[in-house]
Write a protein that binds this ligand. Structure first.
Ligand code: TXA
Ligand code: MG
Length: 343
């Protein structure tokens, strides 16, 4: 049975129930500032194993551990370099995940067998209070079935997990909408493994140069640094096609493709920052922040509208745009059309 706890006004007494479930090794989905997480006690092997089973997640794709106090970092990581402390001081609580050498207490199921551990302190009052009340570090991947778009509303979690986990806390839509930025601090130079809710530019302003892992820009690589990179991601049932290039060229190209598919009797959905005429349309918003907040919701809703093809408009890769484009390329299975290229 799944208890759904509506908690839109912020944390309240009922969180004790959810915290007790965590202590008992059960699964609790909860809102964070990025997306909903599917949480369990990070140090309880059996509970963590259930996360992998529920999601259908490959065992070698490690989880992020969520903490409520910076000091917990020293319990989870074997070594905490100075740069990690500087970043934590500046950006926690917030959408930044740090990859560090794994401490002994952390079971290897949690880290997908790696000798590194990913940790973040979420900036959501419900998430923080849940962690505090349970007194446990909480391992939580995004609360979606593996391969589906990440959940930005409790309804998305209900769609994927109702009846299969013990509790879903409904804290309303998540404010950022894309997952945390993942930064590997185990090498000489920090490496961006996943662009996310904290823009790369903000990190570089504090610690200087950061290497960007080639997979971030959508180049498919076989390297297992961030095991999450190699799996199919964020895919709705419809085929997603991403159109990139200068604005005007993108507009022309998208209109052309909509016509082409429709003439073949296919239903086409469009997600874009400007209005399009199609079988289904999702307006992503004007600002980068709005687009980030809406990108996963758009994929899920267009899918529900029953379209065969989803055309996504590419946006600029600065600020949150880098994270949005990374998600769209993956959703498209790297099927990208460059609108400015001649045929
Ligand atoms: O915003 C978020 O990060 C959300 C919320 C719930 O906190 N969580 C989330 O978790 O997105 P998940 O499991 O969907 O994505 C975690 C990513 C994966 O790409 C995984 O491979 C990477 O972080 N990761 C986790 N531990 C790692 C490690 N030790 N080394 C490298 N990458 C790691
Ligand atoms: Mg995920």
């Amino acid at each position: 049975m799944t208890i759904v706890i509506p908690m839109r006004a912020g944390p309240d007494e009922r969180l004790k129930v959810a915290a007790r479930l965590i202590v008992e090794g059960k699964l609790v989905a909860f809102p964070t500032e990025t997306v909903y997480g599917l949480g369990a006690d990070a140090l309880n092997e059996r509970a963590v194993r259930r996360i992998f089973e529920a999601k259908g997640r490959p065992a070698d794709n490690p989880l992020i551990i969520h903490i409520a106090e910076s000091e917990w970092l020293f319990e989870l990581a074997r070594e905490v370099p100075e740069v990690a402390l500087r970043l934590a001081e500046r950006f926690w609580p917030g959408p930044l995940t740090l990859v560090l050498p794994k401490g002994e207490k952390v079971p290897s199921v949690t880290t997908g067998g790696l000798d590194t551990v990913a940790v973040r302190m979420p900036a959501h009052p419900i998430a923080l209070e849940l962690i505090r009340l349970s007194g446990r570090p909480i391992a939580a991947p995004s609360a979606n079935i593996s391969g589906k778009p990440s959940p930005t509303e409790a309804d998305h979690v209900v769609d994927d997990f109702y009846g299969r986990i013990e509790c879903i806390i409904d804290g309303g839509p998540t404010p950022i909408g894309v997952e945390s930025t993942v930064l590997d601090l185990t090498g000489e130079v920090p490496v961006l493994l996943r662009p996310g809710g904290l823009p790369l530019e903000d990190i570089e302003r504090v610690i200087g140069r950061v290497d960007v892992h080639p997979a971030v820009k959508g180049i498919e690589v076989n390297l297992a640094k961030a095991p999450g990179m190699k799996y199919k991601h964020y895919s709705p049932n419809a085929q997603v096609i991403l159109v990139e290039g200068p604005r005007e060229a993108v507009r022309r190209k998208m209109e052309e493709i909509v016509e082409e598919f429709r003439s073949r009797g296919l239903k086409v959905g469009v997600m874009a920052t400007e209005k399009y005429d199609a079988d289904a349309f999702f307006h992503l918003g004007e600002s980068m922040e709005e687009v980030a907040r809406n990108v996963f919701r758009a994929l899920r809703e267009l899918d529900k509208a029953g379209v065969d093809v989803i055309l996504a408009e590419g946006i600029e890769e600065r600020g949150l745009g880098l994270a949005v484009m990374n998600r769209l390329r993956k959703a498209a299975g790297y099927k990208v059309i460059r609108a400015d290229k001649l045929k």
